[in-house]
Design a protein around this ligand. Sequence first.
Ligand code: ZN
Length: 628
Amino acid sequence: MSEILKEVLKHISTKSDISYTGFEGANIVLYTKNTDFFLDNGGVIKKIVDDIKKRVELRPDPSVCMEMEKAEEEIKKLIPSEAGVGEITFDPQRSMVIIEAEKPGLAIGKSGEVLKEIKQKTFWVPLVKRKPAIRSKLIENIRKVLYENNDYRRKFLDNIGKRIYDGWIRDKKHEWVRVTVLGAGRQVGRSCFLLQTPESRILLDCGIDVAGTNSNAYPFLDAPEFKIEELDAIILTHSHLDHCGLVPYLYKMGYKGPLYCTLPTRDISALLSLDMISVSQKEANKSIYSSADIREMVKHTVTLDYEEVADITPDIRLTFYNAGHTLGSAMAHLHIGNGLHNLLYCGDMNFEVSNLLGSAVTRFPRLETFMIESTYGGKDDTPPSRKECEDELVKKIKETIEKKGKVLMPVLGVGRSQEIMLILEKSIRSKVLPNIPIYVQGMVWDVTAIHTTYPDFFNNTVKKAIFHKDQNPFLSKVFKHVGSQKEMQEVLEGGPCVILATSGMMVAGASIEYFKALAENSKNSLILTCYQGPGSLGRRLESGEKVIKFSEKETINVKMEVNTIHGFSGHSSRTQLMNFVKRLDPKPKKGIIIHGESSKCLDLASSIHKQLRIETSAPKNLESIRIR
Ligand code: ZN
């Protein structure tokens, strides 16, 4: 048995009848057959927590839990009906019951009263979750994968704990910390970094360059430093494919360790990876991994909340902080070697409050080195303000509606589309825009459903509206889901409206179909808000092409108005990047500039060095930097 578990048991009398002691990742769990001790441990557990500074959870042994059917009846009796209880799911191996409720506060009760009663009556540990406002098939599937693999996960999480607490295999005397750039060095796309200490090997993100060709789309996993069998953990900052796209492939190649991310990142990454497979199937390309590999990824995910501290190896402690970039996006703070060094990997981040999310965090307990993106880090990257862009968008929509036309907005599934939905909802509610329907096509709707599952990740304004005023902007009647071909036809035959459809660059998906149907009518308009890659249909329209030939028989004469509005990006502008670094508290000693075209990386690196007196570098792919 692990030393730390022996230490824990020393505090507990044998009368407590502890039947099992083990780990759930970095947390310690105890199971007891003594129901009195389960209900009231007399402060014993708190004392242990104070002593060893780790999370310790006490649960009833499964043998003493009430029969599930009876417990469900009991739970339904105890929770007031106004709480709107939905599904009740039992996790018998962990003696836990997950209760979905429309109003979690009422299900929990004042200072947890209702939960206490459930415990007393049923000897189950209740956990209340908010019932998603829009059902998501994907989230249901993910939960199913997790429940079906309960047995496996119990052993898997126990092994993570053993590695964390008993690991420390390598030499402690020679301490160093080193980062190797496997992707996103002086480029946007394929983010991937290897963090090494004498004890640990951690991968920070593992993405695909979506615009890249086969030979340069993937990170340098053939670098001599990287050995998949030595990898301790993967940390995933957010769900965009250029950060998460290759993670399932690592599981295909035999990695069986943990993937750390937030809940929304887990779900949206799975959705986007599945979508990537189906897109390549449609284009008759072979995908490099299958849905079975995505299932393996989900099976090995360990989710953390923002600001929840977790040991992930013997010498590395991870904390996620809000990055403001997309739902659930995080900056990873790594406390290394018991205070030897503190590294902040920012991932993609936005240092401003958007309609949807709060701004990236700048205060940390300790900080020596930061790694920051420079997508818009060049001197000239000063886009118009969000307010100016919003006004422009509303003005263009208004003009089209007045002409009795339709507005087509090709969007990315994640992030910007929800940001735009909030702007449109706000404008219609405040009567700046007339009450027209907003049609939300396919994938955008699926991702929006995931958004409504995790309202805790929104900014304070949206949270307040949902929690205190019962106003969820995503549930507004102005949004209409378009799922079938028939519904799409009805949209095209109907009156003035706004249509949100993927893909953002109009390279695939419904946005092309809508375009073909709407382009030849001058009353309609197209509004592009995403980056348009060279060669994409979006870029061709943006640069003024008026005749688009799809095939020998199909030529479209573009008569609709084409507009581009930049500035809804989830990334920081140059000024925001500089302000973010300036505000970092405590002031770091070293900055590593990544995730930007070469000139932008170098430009930002030199400005931070000159203006803020911080040592900086802009490494290329395959370069390693010793940060301590
Ligand atoms: Zn991103």
